[in-house]
Design a protein around this ligand. Structure first.
Ligand code: PLP
Length: 379
């Protein structure tokens, strides 16, 4: 049987060879990076080199990089530090933001999936000052790019700090934390082809920061706990590759081909946010009238791994809050799956997926049938 094809990069990218090699090398350095002896100093050198690599990815000073267990922790640390001030979050943020500050006011997005800047300005200009605004750089479900420079300018004008979840943007669009003037950004290693369990909070404005995890003085007393040296080394290797921004040019033609094939083979297919500014690797596709979980299972049986809704947590599938916030029709939202490409994706994977989509649609779309012309399957 053919090897399954992975098209779920926004949930997590397969480990890149450079990250694996860096981790294997770092695993030989088993000592505590806080120890002052030569063994500890060797581990410390790995972490400080990694800090510089991660800083380059966002054009931030290395001293701003706080290594964490991932972006969930980084987002929690950034958001909880703001309490009890007033917090504004976009309605399409990842759960690691929304659940961290359930009291936060949610900012609407336009049908394009882009934050409603006029609504943000109205709220900021209101009688109650906001302390912190959180808007993600790229949405994980639709790939829609948010106008972070404009959001940052508005936040600055009204004296609010801005936190940006850059998890799905890193390596996909240029990011410049210092130029944007953001207070903080979060990153996740495993979305870049690094390991799970590593990430960073990049804290440019630490005026009101209170550590989420307290204990020892690691990470300059901003995140206690012995650093995960090997995971951080893998994160840095993936960050170095992401900083080169080579993937978008490789993936854009593949994603565009995938979308034109599925819409040609199955005209009922809806490409969500097709006309919005999007990163090159993400396609949010719907077959109205078919449930997303049925689609995911049918595609899995065909050998294609995609996900439904924000499926990066527990494998459970529920109606997507992101698509709801965009005002996508319930029937379309209920049948939406996310196809996300990355460093292992090639043309054969795209053609094979399109053929699988057509076979699945023939079985699942009500009143559909017929023998469409098929492309050769992935080799
Ligand atoms: N933010 C976004 C936009 C994400 O897509 C994810 C993971 O899916 C996270 C945060 C959480 O990252 P981590 O898995 O490193 O906790």
């Amino acid at each position: 049987m053919q090897e399954p094809t992975y098209l779920d990069y926004n949930a997590g990218a397969p480990l890149k060879p450079a990250a694996r090699a860096a981790m294997v090398e770092a695993l030989a350095v088993t000592c505590n990076p806080s120890s002052v002896h030569a063994f500890g100093r060797a581990a410390r050198r790995i972490i400080e080199a990694a800090r510089r690599d991660v800083a380059v990815l966002l054009n931030a000073p290395p001293s701003a990089v706080i290594f964490t267990s991932g972006a969930t922790e980084a987002n929690n640390a950034a958001l909880k530090a703001a309490a009890p001030g007033r917090v504004l979050v976009s309605a399409i943020e990842h759960l690691s933001i929304l659940a961290a500050v359930p009291q936060a006011q949610r900012l609407p997005v336009l049908p394009s999936g882009v934050i409603d800047l006029a609504a943000l300005e109205d709220v900021l200009a209101g009688p109650e000052p906001a302390e912190l605004v959180a808007v993600m750089a790229v949405n994980n479900e639709t790939g829609v790019i948010q106008p972070i420079a404009a959001v940052a300018a508005l936040a600055r004008r009204f004296g609010a700090r801005l936190h940006v979840d850059a998890v799905q943007a890193a390596g996909r669009i240029p990011l410049d934390a210092q130029h944007l003037g953001v207070a903080s950004m979060s990153l996740s290693a495993h979305k870049l082809g690094g390991p799970q369990g590593a990430g960073a909070l990049v804290l440019l404005d630490d005026a009101r920061f209170r550590p989420l995890i307290k204990g020892g003085g690691q990470e300059r007393s901003r995140r206690a706990g012995t650093e995960n040296v090997a995971a951080i080394a893998g994160f840095a290797a993936a960050a170095r590759e992401a900083a080169r921004l080579e993937e978008p040019a490789l993936l854009a033609p593949l994603r565009d081909r995938l979308e034109s094939l599925v819409t040609a083979l199955v005209p009922e297919t809806v490409v969500i946010a097709a006309a919005s500014p999007r990163v090159a690797n993400t396609a949010c596709l719907s077959l109205p009238g078919v449930r997303a979980e049925t689609l995911v299972i049918a595609l899995d049986l065909e050998g294609y791994a995609v996900s439904a809704g924000a499926a990066c947590s527990s494998g459970k599938v529920k109606a997507s809050d992101v698509l709801q916030a965009m005002g996508v029709a319930p029937q379309v939202a209920a049948g939406a799956v996310r196809v996300s490409l990355g460093w292992t994706t090639d043309g054969a994977a795209v053609d094979g997926f399109a053929n699988a989509w057509e076979r699945v649609a023939a079985r699942l779309v009500p009143h559909r049938g017929g023998d469409d012309a098929r492309l050769p399957t992935a080799g």
